[in-house]
Design a protein around this ligand. Sequence first.
Ligand code: 13P
Ligand code: SF4
Length: 305
Amino acid sequence: MEINSIVSEIKRLKKEKNAVILAHNYQIPEIQDIADIVGDSLRLSQEAAKTDADIIVFCGVHFMAESAKILSPNKKVLLPAIDAGCPMADMITAESLREYKDKNPKATVVCYVNSSAEVKAECDVCCTSSNALKIVESLESEQILFAPDKNLGSYINDQLKDKQMELWNGFCITHERVREEEIKLIKNKKAGVQVVVHPECNPLVVQHADFVGSTSQILEHIRMSDDKEFIIGTEMGILHTLRKENLYKKFTLLSPALICYNMKKTSLEDVYHVLKTEENEIIVEESIRQKAFTSLNRMLELSKG
Ligand code: 13P
Ligand code: SF4
């Protein structure tokens, strides 16, 4: 089938089945262009929680579709590329977290949404990169574990005044590939040009950045800026929206290694296939879902206002 026919079939099926297509900012351009909503992890969870569609087609990775199912259990959630996972989410298991909790019964566990439903079910509250500081600051506990992203955790620790969190030893394999030499070199070569990075980058890289934020915060920052050139320190998929929204601004990727292969697995054909067949449905066992819902919903409540 030709691309144009696939796109029209996707649109037809979406209407016929009352489906909504949610896509993360790292998806390939063709997917972002057919999506109803393109956003960061927080925005996509908020949309999944409030949609009145019957089917959610989630163009992203597994933990994102799972979060949508946790928040909207009565909707059918479909993941077009069923093998699109997140290596960082696999760096923590519910069992290993339970072991930590047994040894540290007083600790409050904050868990980055880049984690499985089972891990979310074991934690006290979730966060994304755009609300992590707010969530952590709202906690009274003296002992806090931040899991699984040690880089985001370290970025938050640097901003905390009266507490420091313990950090799980996980990281994003994509952002971790950026080296300090790369940011130092580009800052030297392009003096005066803003370098914006995602907090999943290593702290050695983050320390040299002019702006640090989630994918949507980066988009917002650049939209509002009068500068005409930027170096982008996050996954390359974001360049699509950046270029669409800022026709006269110039963007250079901080490192050629900033590509997440899992985020690139979803094709238009996959979206068409799941809409047609309703295959690749995400199921979360109900007792796990209820516990994970509590952690995710607490995050959504704390993010308001
Ligand atoms: P955000 O879009 O929330 O910044 O998340 C980045 C990411 O790595 C998602 O996997
Ligand atoms: Fe996971 Fe990193 Fe890919 Fe996001 S960019 S899905 S954190 S590996």
